[in-house]
Design a protein around this ligand. Sequence first.
Ligand code: DGL
Length: 258
Amino acid sequence: MAAREDYIAVFDSGLGGISVLRHLRRLMPGERYLYFGDSANAPYGSRSTAEVRALTLAAAEKLMARKPLKALVLACNTATAAAVKDLRSRYPELIVIGIEPALKVAADHYPGGRIGVMATEVTLREEKFDTLLLRFHENCSVAKIPMPGLVQLVEAGKTESQEMDALLRSLLAPHVGKLDAVVLGCTHYPLAAKAISRVLGENVVLLDGGEGTARETRRRLLGAGLLEEGQGELVLENSKNDPEMIRRAYELLTEREG
Ligand code: DGL
C-alpha cells in the first residue's frame, strides 16, 4: 500500500523532464521527488518504439527499487507514447501519469487556427498521436514538426547558443509566419523556449503539457488520499555518470522557477 510520505518518481530520457518537475514542485512543494534522467541513452526520440519501451520499463523497475513510490510521472512524451500502457498494466497499484502534446489546449484556444506540433519522431508516428489528431483536426489545421538534433543541444547545455539558433532557423524556416500557436510536444523543448520564440516570432504562442500534467498528478494523488504537505524533498539522478548533468539539471530547475 502506498503512503503519503512515499516519493513521486519523475522520469525522462534526460534533462527535459525538468520542465515538468518545475510545475510539479510549484503546485505541490510538500512532496518528495525522485527525478531520473536517462541521458546516457538519450535521445529516445529517434529510436525504435520497442527500444524506447524497453528503456522506459527498465528505468521504472530501477526507480521502484530505489525508493518507495506512490506515483510515477512520465515527464517524456516519447516514453509515454511507447510505454504508458505497459507500465499501467505492470504496476496496477501505482499512479502512472503520462504526458502528451497539448493539442487540446491549442485547439480550445485557437479554434480554426494554424497549430504546429513540435515533437520527436517517435511521438509523431505513434498511434497515440494519431488518436489525438483525430479528436482535434476538425477544429484547427495541424502541422507535424519533427525536430531532430534539438534534444542533443539541450542535453549539451546549449539552449542559448549559435548552434541552437542555426538549427531552429533551418528546421522552422518552412513554418515562420504560418502558425498561430505551437505545441511543444517534447519536454526538452520548453527549456529552449526563448530561442524558439526568437525564430518563430514573439506573437506565436508556445504551449506545453507540463502544467496540465502537474495538475493531473495532484488530482490523482488527492483522489487517492496521498497528497503530502510536508517539507518537500528533491533527489536528482542521471544515468550518465557525470556530476555536470546534475549541476545542469539544478540550474535548469532554478532558472525556470525564478
Ligand atoms: N523529452 C522527451 C519527450 O518529451 C524526448 C527526448 C528524446 O528524444 O530523448 O518526448
